[in-house]
Design a protein around this ligand. Structure first.
Ligand SMILES: Nc1ncnc2c1ncn2[C@@H]1O[C@H](COP(=O)(O)OP(=O)(O)OP(=O)(O)O)[C@@H](O)[C@H]1O
Ligand SMILES: [Mg+2]
Length: 237
């Protein structure tokens, strides 16, 4: 596979194995994946196929057994934990199925926090992020006061806080009903179309991928690229 300089993120021959009492478990058996700036890429796969594992590797939350991950030209697999934490905080946004908002902080504080951790507190941008997800009027509310869909929108605002190059989403609608899931996916679509925000979205729900530049399918530890555009998207730029 070619590494073109325009890849934002590229994984090569990524393997993940677990040693268990009953032997070696090969979860990822040599995965290749690329993401260009501005792309929304989906990864489908059944429960247990390794989608979260893959996303955690790509985001530097877990270590691959072998393989290479180039993020903006830098090999993430060679970074020390401190440097990796910096990349995660500043250049990668995460959205998880269960939101992971801090319950003792308001929405505003939840979104502001990553900018403070990065040492560049940015109140103006925090407000803007909350406006983008249409939660500015709820800025002083606590997560417990929000619906599931609102919590996920707040989590998306938080993911945008440091203007990441890519947002990695793990089943972002997994806990939402169909209608609310549609609202959250529309928001992601809008951010991709209007702002050119790059996304990798893993999900078992293929119906949600109506806005994808490319899709992959994870089967038996192998990532299979699918035909471009099963969905209604015109490529940005
Ligand atoms: N620490 C671990 N030790 C052993 N096996 C593990 C470990 N973590 C994950 N696995 C296994 O790796 C496989 C992939 O898990 P993963 O969570 O990536 O799947 P998934 O595709 O995200 O599933 P889901 O759709 O249910 O979220 C599963 O079979 C899981 O049991
Ligand atoms: Mg998962």
């Amino acid at each position: 596979m070619n590494n073109t300089t325009q890849d934002l993120l590229a994984a090569y021959d990524l393997k993940k194995e677990y040693t268990t009492p009953s032997g070696e478990l090969e979860i990822l058996k040599g995965v290749h994946l690329t993401l260009e700036p501005g792309e929304a890429v989906y990864v489908f796969g059944r429960s247990g196929s390794g989608k979260s594992t893959l996303l955690h590797l790509l985001g530097g939350l877990d270590q691959a057994t072998s393989g290479k991950i180039l993020f903006e030209g830098e090999d993430m697999t060679l970074l020390k934990e401190r440097e990796l934490a910096r990349v995660r905080n500043r250049r990668i946004g995460f959205v998880f199925q269960s939101y992971y908002l801090l319950p003792e902080l308001t929405l505003y504080e939840n979104v502001l926090l990553p900018t403070m951790i990065a040492g560049r507190r940015n109140d103006k941008w925090t407000k803007e992020c909350l406006k983008r997800v249409k939660l500015y009027s709820r800025a002083d509310h606590y997560p417990s006061e929000l619906s599931g869909g609102e919590k996920q929108r707040a989590a998306i605002a938080r993911a945008l806080a440091n203007r990441p190059s890519v947002v990695l989403c793990d089943e972002p609608t997994g806990n939402l009903d169909e209608e609310t899931a549609g609202i959250v996916m529309s928001l992601l679509e809008d951010l991709n179309r209007r702002e050119g925000q790059a996304f990798i979205i893993v999900t078992h729900d293929e119906a949600l991928a109506w806005h994808a530049h490319r899709t992959y399918r994870l089967v038996d530890g192998i990532l299979i690229p699918e035909a471009r555009g099963p969905v209604n998207v015109e490529k940005i730029s």
